[in-house]
Design a protein around this ligand. Structure first.
Ligand SMILES: *Cc1c(COP(=O)(O)O)cnc(C)c1O
Length: 306
């Protein structure tokens, strides 16, 4: 049974030339559900089934919910996902396609989440989108796979939403004794980690804005904040326009459609935001994202790039 797959590690000739170093793309966009969530949610769902779970509950209207739905379908476990009215039809369709029960409830994620939590009991397990050790264990394998291909990165660039990706990558680096900087990328409107880093305390944003809805956690998990305080983490925020532009360029260069949440990270390389040394191997986590269509990306581009 294929739950999450070993993803391609591709040297981008376009981005390598542009940045005068070796840029390696870890293509999590190639996961069966289109994002790295297949690693995090995939592992957590397996662990909870081993511990007796008979139902999965989620409140994610995005890639986490899509992966929970996929896992339920694969493992023959019923899934209920409660999502707010703001959730894209595309995401709902992808969850229903996997036979999940999707309940649309409330104007905000908080309201949807409250209803979801009311369904949780001993057998019906809540799958958190980013704050759970099992999620991070699944993500850490990304680094094992890179090392197994004999690529030794000198820096990693990734996007931050609620912080499971950075938590898992940090764990993978530590397990492989790699002490290298992590560049933590957010859009200006979703900068929960970058703002916490600036203030030196674990803050919660009043609101989140912009097109990178997948990064829109108002507060990162405690573990992600701790990593930013104890490891070499360099925070950078980018505009929505830069993220969308990078999605369009990446589509041309690598023929892969990704969400602005992923475009934010790619924009660091397209816009040459960091000076790398010529022989450096820079690892880019192409986190992917399934809640995007070419039509939607074109609309964002018209609104922003004009
Ligand atoms: C979930 C997700 C993120 C953010 O990951 P966190 O673990 O929440 O920080 C970024 N990009 C994509 C495509 C995602 O699905």
């Amino acid at each position: 049974m294929t739950l999450s797959i070993k993803t391609p590690l591709i040297k981008s000739s376009q981005l390598s030339e542009l940045n005068n170093c070796n840029v390696w793309l870890k293509m999590e966009s190639s996961q069966p559900t289109g994002s790295f969530k297949q690693r995090s949610i995939g592992n957590a769902c397996l662990k909870y089934v081993e511990q007796g779970a008979q139902k999965f509950i989620s409140s994610s209207g995005g890639n986490a919910g899509i992966s929970v739905a996929y896992m339920g379908n694969m493992l023959n476990i019923p899934v209920t996902v409660v999502v707010p009215k703001t959730t894209s039809q595309k995401a709902i369709d992808l969850m229903v396609q996997q036979d999940a029960e999707v309940i649309v409830h409330g104007d905000s994620w908080m309201e949807a989440n409250e209803l979801a939590l009311s369904y949780v009991n001993e057998k019906a397990v809540y799958i958190h989108p980013f704050d759970d050790q099992y999620l991070w264990d699944g993500v850490a394998h990304i680094i094992d796979e890179v090392i197994a291909e004999d690529i030794h990165p000198s820096a990693v660039i990734l996007s931050v939403g609620g912080g499971s990706l950075i938590s898992g990558i940090h764990q993978g680096l530590t397990q492989n004794h790699l002490d290298i900087p992590i560049y933590a990328i957010e859009t200006h409107g979703t900068a929960s980690l970058n703002n916490s880093m600036k203030l030196g305390k674990h803050i919660k944003l009043d609101e989140v804005t912009g097109v990178a809805t997948t990064l829109a956690a108002k507060q990162v998990c405690e573990n992600a904040f701790m990593i930013s305080q104890n490891h070499n983490v360099q925070g950078i925020t980018v505009s929505d326009q830069a993220a969308v532009n990078a999605c369009l360029k990446f589509l041309d260069d690598h023929r892969t459609l990704v969400e602005p949440a992923c475009g934010a990270t790619l924009s660091i390389l397209y816009d040459q935001k960091i000076n790398f040394m010529p022989l450096e191997n820079v690892l880019v986590i192409v986190c992917g994202g399934a809640s995007i269509s070419f039509e939607q990306l074109s609309k964002y581009a018209q609104q922003l790039v004009a």
